[in-house]
Design a protein around this ligand. Structure first.
Ligand SMILES: Nc1nc2c(ncn2[C@@H]2O[C@H](COP(=O)(O)OP(=O)(O)OP(=O)(O)O)[C@@H](O)[C@H]2O)c(=O)[nH]1
Ligand SMILES: [Mg+2]
Length: 526
């Protein structure tokens, strides 16, 4: 035993600190004790501005007694449950070895719930047309000095090549009608501040324009629960074949599109005019109504009609010309209808492991809501099984959440599964969804471009949600399909099953071939 050694924490305001030797579920989770613990925790949280610290393994008088690993686990399970009743959660646990056993410092924080008024916007467009720069200038309120893209492109090979290579997520907040600017978007504390303080949040997904990485661009559009798509077109180049391809994907997915003509400072007015005309005729060719936006009045006119009309803004990130209208639009755009009253479902986009937290999966909430502590299913595995897991905690833009709603792009810490099992394209869901493992399905497809023709045996990559998987195609009503033609097909995932539903839309591609489709029927499962 540690004898009478006193445990002191230097320079900490003691009002939010509680000393406990240990907590025992059988005792401390009984109604009376539990209520007492909860009211004590609320008091500590209030005094600590949303943070409470529990020191375990130390008696009330500050004498270190030390506890075992098992006693610590039990104590943490009590604290976890009580915290969740207080709208809080364990943020981290720091363990120290005392000679008689363990002493742990448990930091509990109130979970702030960001504004329900939340939009998700994906930004696509030709390489170098100014997507990342636009987002950096939008959220900082600054002008482009040629370096602003570095706020988004943080990977070493992105910095080196000045090319976005992966998806990046960033948030713009509004307080009242004013944008809540971030000084430095790379600073986590700034992101948390904006997420906590703002009444409206616009989460942006910055995609990539470099053609060979189309797979990633598609994931930025299909893999998230997008409300609107921004398509960036540089005034000097005008729309390109990549612009058309990204526009085609957004429209096929029924995403309302908004066009930003950037770099208008770089070229004379007649070149801006020419780019504008090219965009107008492109939109007309795909059956959309262009709307050139010149004033706040224009924004007001179109704000609730964006699925019918395609607004075209002319901006410069160097002079910030046109930015005021874009802010006005983002402040006013209505979120699309959300499926909140359905079982929770999220397609895993990324998997990582965080020290002290464990495995984290991230992605957009497709439907339903999620609270920390929820029991979930994760899968399907390669063998078609679903594994029970628990959501330990939820974060959005580094901010802890008490509840995640449809559209939120969140990281969920999951307990109960080995990291090797986790893969992009799997789901986490509420068990009431009763998910199946789909091996083959029927679909209606349209071939957008193909140098020759498609027949049975064709093997494209299919993108559905965050899934990107090789499938084998069997034509059901025609011997072959040419560019521009539609048909009924059977598609079989070649390597492993996934969770998909009738009505899911997808993109398929293989070399120069591109097509779109919708799942009409689930065939083989298991
Ligand atoms: N003159 C001028 N230059 C701009 C403007 N917007 C962006 N740029 C410059 O254009 C270059 C490319 O900008 P990025 O923001 O990296 O382009 P991107 O579309 O994100 O590129 P990828 O993500 O790699 O597809 C940078 O050098 C920017 O400084 C603008 O409005 N005016
Ligand atoms: Mg970029």
């Amino acid at each position: 035993m540690a004898g009478n050694k006193r445990f002191t924490i230097p320079s900490v305001e003691k009002m939010h600190i509680e000393f406990k030797e240990k907590l025992i579920p059988e005792i401390h989770l009984r109604t009376e004790k539990r209520q007492k613990l909860a009211s004590q925790m609320k008091y500590r949280l209030e005094n600590g501005d949303g943070t409470a610290v529990y020191i375990l393994g130390v008696r009330d008088d500050g004498t270190a007694s030390g506890i075992t690993e098992i006693e610590l686990e039990e104590s943490l399970s009590v604290l976890r449950q009580v915290a969740s009743e207080c709208g809080a959660a364990i943020d981290r646990v720091e363990k120290f070895d005392s000679n008689g056993g363990l002493i742990a410092r448990v930091i509990i924080t109130t979970q702030s719930r960001p504004s329900v008024d939340h939009l998700v916007v994906s930004v696509a467009g030709h390489v170098n047309h100014g997507k990342s720069t636009f987002l950096a200038c939008l959220i900082t309120g600054e002008r482009d000095d040629g370096q602003k893209w570095l706020y988004l492109d943080t990977l070493p090979h992105e910095v080196e090549r000045n090319l976005s290579a992966d998806l990046h997520f960033i948030v713009l907040g509004f307080r009242g009608s004013e944008p809540n600017f971030m000084k430095n978007p790379l600073d986590r504390a700034e992101r948390i501040r904006v997420t906590r303080e703002s009444e409206r949040l616009v989460s942006f997904v910055d995609t990539v324009g470099h053609e060979p990485w189309l797979r990633t661009t598609i994931r930025g559009i299909l893999g998230q629960e997008i409300d609107y798509g921004f398509l960036v077109v540089a005034a000097d180049d005008g729309p390109t074949h990549i612009t058309r391809e990204h526009l085609g994907i957004m429209l096929a997915m029924d995403i309302p599109v908004i066009i930003l003509v950037t770099k208008i400072d770089k070229v004379p007015a007649n070149r801006v005019q020419a780019a504008e005309s090219e965009i107008v005729s492109l939109l007309k060719r795909v059956g959309r109504i262009p709307f050139i936006v010149n004033s706040v009045n224009d924004v007001e006119l179109l704000v609730d009609k964006v699925s019918v009309v395609v607004p075209v803004f002319k901006i410069s990130s160097v002079t910030r010309q046109g930015y005021d209208l874009v802010y006005h639009l983002l402040r006013r755009l209505p979120p699309r209808a959300k499926k909140k009253d359905q079982p929770f479902l999220l397609y895993i986009d990324r998997v990582y492991s965080v020290e002290g937290v464990g495995n984290v999966v991230s992605g957009s909430v497709r439907q339903g809501s999620l609270t920390p502590g929820a029991e979930l299913l994760l899968g399907p595995t390669r063998k078609g099984a679903y594994v029970p897991v628990r959501a330990r905690s939820i974060e959005m833009h580094y901010t802890r959440l008490a509840e995640a709603e449809p559209g939120y792009i969140v990281g969920v810490a999951v307990k109960g599964v080995r990291e090797e099992l986790l893969e992009r394209g799997m789901i986490i869901c509420d068990p009431s969804l009763n998910p199946v493992s789909v091996r083959s399905f029927e679909a209606e497809v349209t071939v957008l471009s193909h140098p020759t023709r498609i027949s049975t045996g064709y093997e494209p990559i299919v993108h559905i949600h965050t899934i990107a998987s090789t499938t084998r195609v069997k034509l059901l009503d025609k011997p072959y399909l040419k560019a521009g033609e539609s048909g009924r097909v059977e598609m079989r995932f070649k390597y492993r099953p996934f969770y998909i539903q009738p009505g899911d839309k997808f993109v398929f591609r293989e070399g120069k071939t591109k097509g779109i489709g919708v799942v009409t029927k689930i065939l083989e499962t298991g």
